[in-house]
Ligand binder design. Sequence first.
Ligand code: AMP
Length: 400
Amino acid sequence: MSLALVLNSGSSSIKFQVVNPKNHATDAPLVSGLVEQIGEPTGSITLKYDGEKYVLKAPIPDHSAGLDLAFKLMDEHGCGIAQLDIVAVGHRVVHGGILFSQPQVITDEILGMVKDLIPLAPLHNPANIDGIEVAMKLLPDVPHIAVFDTGFYHSMPPAAALYAINKETAAEHGVRRYGFHGTSHEYVSQHVPALLGKDPDEVNQITLHLGNGASATAVRGGKAVDTSMGMTPLAGLVMGTRSGDIDPGIVFHLHRSAGMSIDEIDKLLNRDSGVKGISGVNDFRELGRLIEDEDPDAWLAYSIYIHQLRRYIGSYMIALGRVDAITFTAGVGENDAMVRADALANLGMYGIKIDPERNAIRASEAREISTDDSTVKVFVIPTNEELAIARYAVSLAGVE
Ligand code: AMP
């Protein structure tokens, strides 16, 4: 069985999965795990294999040590890299700039180009590069493939991709909308034409990736035409800990009048804002419990979240002109019926009608939650970025 190892390396964590690219969306990966707290005094590695969960607690000084320990843990529990038929390694890379519209087999030249993009994604690309370099050392004999979060957005027209700021400054510093979560939006949007029984070229749709990070994308004929995340993943929808869109003047105000440093403002907007910044929690399960207890801040956070989400849905309906489908995905989108109902409440006059009973059903399968007479179909489609990356990896490695 040809398998792909899929790695998602963050600054202090590495998520790993061994995936059969022929899996269905809801099949569990053969192996999954998480290396956490890299660089901190305590670290942990969790491995899930064959229905069992194994945890190793140990200090993990860097990514190299983390991946090494993860591979050793896999060896110990009968799912070692050498025992599995791993034919390719797929790496999630956050920023591909304007250079990469498609996944790439990683060569020295490609890696150099990803390094050149670090100024655009200083929080993300260095960790991705660490993961690639470590994995290439540990697994030198299989092709490594980079799959870019930004790739799906190369098709965006200039009106959506460019900001109305000084043209020369923008060009010199790479300031434009790149979009993120592209692998997820592409993956779920590709399922929709078959569910509608329509030719993919003829489908206009809105995809809503609502997880801890959140984004909305407008897709026409399989191509992204607009998206809510911007030059960085901070823009757009209200997220678990990120503010989403704010007036850029707020940054000047906090710096000049409140005396906050740029790093402090960066942390405020990325980690201490969004739903958490208002309610104190970023997990929607906890937020739901607080709302049930009539906590006013939880309700306020939820209201702002929904208001912003509806703004984007409305603007993409106008941008697309005609919408065939709206799809919810990711942790909140797949599980939170109240968010889905409120996001699309009272839009019957635009042909969007959610069926409350269908919406309430909990399932791991792709499903329709609109009424039979809703002219815009509403779906919940589980995303599976690792499966999408595994498929790209095996296909580019030429070993399908
Ligand atoms: P993701 O980033 O796609 O992994 O989504 C993670 C987020 O999904 C969590 O922080 C929760 O807010 C949310 N989530 C996960 N499960 C549920 C659930 N059963 N109900 C509501 N929200 C959920």
